[in-house]
Write a protein that binds this ligand. Structure first.
Ligand code: DQA
Length: 147
């Protein structure tokens, strides 16, 4: 079982970017936490970040074709990208959408997600723990699918 954790634009700035909203943990810190969890669960972790929409499409395709689960924080592309939605659907990826912040408590334009309808579910608002919650949620789903 493998999980690809995919990060979109500006998440490379985590730790210094709007710390009041996104906290002080860096993206490398998030990767470290997930790596520990993956080792404990016997799961292969692939952790990636890009600022380019098309590259995120490619990452989703690669994960889906490999039969890996997808935990995706697409950042602002969540609210704008039909291409990401089509990629998840196109490779039939088992995906969970995550956000560090509670997007529903923020500006109206963050309330809509193009991806959410093609994901198993959405986890948002728990800080970087949103990633860990999503990881814990996706592993049993992948194991069930592989059985
Ligand atoms: C985010 C929320 C998005 O609205 C925003 O554009 C981000 C980060 C989050 O993790 O809370 O870049 O996805």
């Amino acid at each position: 079982v493998a999980v690809h954790v995919l990060n979109g634009p500006n998440l490379n700035l985590l730790g210094t970017r709007e710390p009041g909203t996104y906290g002080a943990v860096t993206l490398a810190g998030v990767e470290e936490r997930l790596q520990r969890r993956a080792e404990a669960a016997g799961v292969d972790l692939v952790f990636r970040q890009t600022n380019f929409e098309g590259e995120l499409v490619t990452f989703i395709q690669e994960a889906g074709i490999a039969g890996a689960g997808v935990v995706i924080n697409a950042g602002a592309y969540t609210h704008t990208s039909v291409a990401l939605r089509d990629a998840i659907k196109g490779v039939d990826a088992l995906a969970i959408e995550v956000h560090i912040s509670n997007v529903h408590a923020r500006e109206e334009f963050r309330h809509h997600s193009y991806m959410a309808p093609v994901c198993v579910g959405v986890i948002c608002g728990f800080g970087v723990a949103s990633y860990e919650l999503a990881f814990d949620a996706i592993v049993p789903l992948l194991e069930k699918r592989a059985a």
